[in-house]
Write a protein that binds this ligand. Structure first.
Ligand code: AKG
Length: 389
């Protein structure tokens, strides 16, 4: 260890000094520790559906996560996704019984539902491509739009162009002070700085309100996928808890109206917050993970509730409804673990029968390029979808 590093280590706060932090903050710090690699972190308290022995038949501790038996709506989720995207069974094959997505519910946090591996690879690839290449195009706003004059075709379409993207001549958002340190940059450089983008109703991060008069068409494919998920979790039986643990929110009344596309690099985090800008908090919030794994924390209505930690992987979906919809949550850590299939070139057919990217269509090479973008940055993409009204 070099001198500077040693100094940093010596100045590191003593964990005992975290004692006056809220329980949420203490857990956040435990996973945040940027000086430790993911492999050095103690993840034994992170709920991982692939490591847990939790099952409805064997676990009778009602405080522990419970796996709900596969409901008919979960069983038919793949058909619903096919119908939603207009794709054939070739692209979204029926899952073998063993691979069917399950629903994990958390009695300590009513309304929180984790659907591990809910989305097949073909949909993960499609949504990853859409997120990076399409959803980020103007007029949707991103962390770049206040400063750079992003071309209408978007950054991704211009990634091979050598000409720098100019800064705005005049400020476009009076609430944002133009930075003197920014300069025109090629689209490729700006792609590295992509952190967020808003879909549908655009969001003002300063006032924490949606712009009532700024709505751009919500992506129909993402809306359709989200709708199929909301339908799948409307009703879920959980014998041990002895009640329906579904959201109870009628999918027929659900419309995806706003979304945040989050892009996390390995060192990026999202601090504890509650999504409460939506005047109608009854519809569930749907959160889709793509790319690198992450640690997701969720607690209660204040930071005084100690959160639980979930390991979220590409293709997992977290649904937040009822109490969970009003709970503090955040992402203190991205884990440098990408899905195996994102490493394989060309992407190979999975055991679960998911198709290769090559089979999915003519845009195969562009899709591979997007996967490569994600893989090279060990990035995680999160699509966070809400109904606003
Ligand atoms: O990245 C995630 O899993 C959560 C994102 C989130 O909480 C948000 O965008 O409000």
């Amino acid at each position: 260890m070099g001198k500077r590093k040693r100094m940093l280590a010596n100045n590191r706060p003593d964990p005992a000094s975290y004692a006056n932090h809220t329980p949420f903050r203490q857990v956040e710090r435990k996973y945040k520790q940027k000086h430790r690699s993911a492999a050095e972190l103690d993840l034994c308290e992170v709920y991982d559906p692939y490591r847990s022995s939790t099952s409805t038949s064997t676990n009778n501790n009602t405080e522990q996560p419970q796996v709900s038996p596969i409901s008919d709506d979960l069983r038919t989720l793949r058909q619903a996704l096919r119908a939603a995207l207009g794709w054939s069974a070739d692209l979204i094959p029926d899952a073998a019984d063993a691979d069917l997505p399950q629903a994990v519910v958390f009695p300590a946090i009513p309304g929180l539902i984790l659907l591990p591996a809910a989305l097949p690879r073909s949909i993960q690839t499609h949504l990853t491509h859409q997120s990076i290449a399409t959803y980020t195009r103007p007029p949707n706003k991103s962390n770049m739009t206040a400063h750079w004059s992003i071309p209408p075709s978007g950054l991704w379409a211009n990634r091979h162009m050598p000409d720098p993207i100019p800064l705005h001549a005049e400020p476009v958002d009076p609430s944002i002070t133009p930075s003197a340190h920014l300069s025109p940059e090629p689209a490729r450089t700006l792609m590295d700085r992509l952190r967020w983008c808003t879909l549908g109703f655009q969001y003002n991060w300063t006032t924490k309100k949606y712009y009532a008069d700024e709505f751009y068409t919500f992506p129909s494919d993402l809306a359709a996928v989200t709708h199929a998920i909301v339908h799948a979790v409307e009703s879920l039986a959980c014998p041990l808890i002895g009640k329906d643990v579904g959201t109870g929110y009628p999918a027929a009344q659900y419309t995806a109206q706003a979304g945040v596309l989050n892009v996390y690099g390995p060192r990026d985090t999202l601090m504890a917050h509650v999504d409460e800008s939506e005047p109608n908090m009854r519809p569930p919030l749907v959160s889709i993970s793509l790319g690198a794994q992450g640690v997701f924390l969720i607690g209660g209505p204040t930071r005084e509730t100690r959160p639980i930690a979930l390991r979220v992987r590409s293709g997992d979906v977290v649904v937040m409804s009822a109490g969970a919809r009003e709970a503090f949550h955040g992402v203190p850590r991205i884990l440098d673990v990408m899905p195996d299939w994102m490493h394989v070139e060309p992407v190979e057919q999975g055991d679960d029968g998911d198709r290769r990217i090559e089979d999915v269509g003519q845009r195969a090479s562009e899709w591979r390029e997007v996967i490569e973008y994600l893989r090279a940055r060990e990035a995680r993409v999160n699509l966070n979808v809400r109904q606003v009204n």
